[in-house]
Design a protein around this ligand. Structure first.
Ligand SMILES: [Fe+2]
Ligand SMILES: [Fe+2]
Length: 319
């Protein structure tokens, strides 16, 4: 194995050798938080998202597929960390890896609870396995680096939308789904520039960056949306002939794709801003949101996440 990876790493080091990029927009150090949710399948609300079955199915599907995306981010960040010379960025990559590792683990626990709610978790895990094991994970490292930045752009878009629409978390009484999604939202926004800064520091190729944007767009917006159509029928085949389910479908579609206030429809400008050659994630300033949600979620007495937070630590900065 060493025989294969060493020359490959050497070639990658050469590829990344001269990539001038200023890290002036870099955010500060972030912590890694360990969480314990202990999901109880009997309390899982399958209509968590705005009481809409199909829109909720989209987020359940995202929870299943995204764990594989997070694993790709972890592996890619770990591989490229060795090439980073800036100590702060290197430290921040360690925090990114730590945050994503815990996201992936916690969402797998939520996904296990979804199995008991008759969601097609096992089937989607097989499909995700095909896409990643035979597709994305076999891409050359520079392309994986670009894909990592692309995936992180979409999670940043989602996080900003959610931070701007706090009410979406409070329609349901399912406190644990509320907690996991709000925690994930906070951390995706905290680390939204790290993958991008790693990509720019090591590659700084506009064409390569855009090449990673489109597979991320197609997977998150198209493929996961299409898969989520299966969820309501798999969960309850009677939905196929249920008038109330079909009546509710336009509402769900509007919640996700509506141009006025839908998750992606109203975020199109933010999504495609990534195509701007001088784009940087921090051009979309979310510092006020972060301050608000850190207080709201992590306050030692009143924080929504406080009952689930077991440990928090910050990796050392090595200069
Ligand atoms: Fe994540
Ligand atoms: Fe992320």
């Amino acid at each position: 194995m060493q025989l294969v990876t060493k020359p490959l790493k050497k070639a990658a080091a050469k590829f990344f050798a001269a990539a001038p990029f200023s890290l002036e927009k870099q955010s500060p150090i972030i912590p890694i938080r360990h969480m314990k949710f202990d999901f109880d399948a009997t309390k899982i609300d399958h209509k968590f998202y705005m009481d809409a079955e199909l829109a909720s199915a989209y987020f359940a599907s995202l929870s299943i597929f995204l764990t594989r995306g997070e694993d790709l981010v972890i592996d890619t960040a770990r591989y490229h960390r060795d090439f980073i010379t800036d100590p702060l960025l290197k430290q921040r990559v360690t925090s990114l890896i730590g945050q994503e590792a815990i996201h992936s683990k916690m969402h797998e626990e939520l996904n296990d609870a979804f199995i008991e709610k008759d969601l097609p978790v096992k089937l989607f895990r097989v499909w995700a396995g095909w896409a990643f094991d035979y597709g994305f994970n076999r891409l050359p490292q520079p392309m994986k680096l670009s894909l990592m930045a692309g995936i992180e752009h979409f999670t940043a878009v989602l996080a900003e939308y959610m931070m701007n629409h706090e009410e979406i978390f409070f329609r349901s009484q399912d406190e644990k789904q509320r907690a996991i999604w709000m925690w994930h939202m906070l951390e995706e926004s905290e680390h939204k520039d790290i993958a991008f800064d790693v990509f720019q520091s090591l590659s700084n190729s506009y064409a390569l960056r855009i090449a990673g944007f489109f597979p991320a767009l197609i997977t998150i917006l198209v493929l996961i949306s299409v898969a989520s159509f299966l969820v309501p029928f798999y969960r309850n085949p009677k939905n196929l002939i249920s008038l109330s389910y079909w009546r509710e479908m336009p509402y769900s579609l509007q919640l996700i794709f509506g141009l006025k206030d839908g998750v992606y429809g109203s975020s199109l400008k933010h999504i495609f801003d990534y195509l701007r050659p001088d784009f940087h994630p921090n051009d979309h300033d979310t510092t006020a949101f972060l301050e608000y949600y850190k207080e709201r979620l992590l306050h030692p007495e009143t924080g929504l996440l406080t009952p689930y937070l077991t440990k928090e630590f910050t990796p050392a900065l090595r200069t």
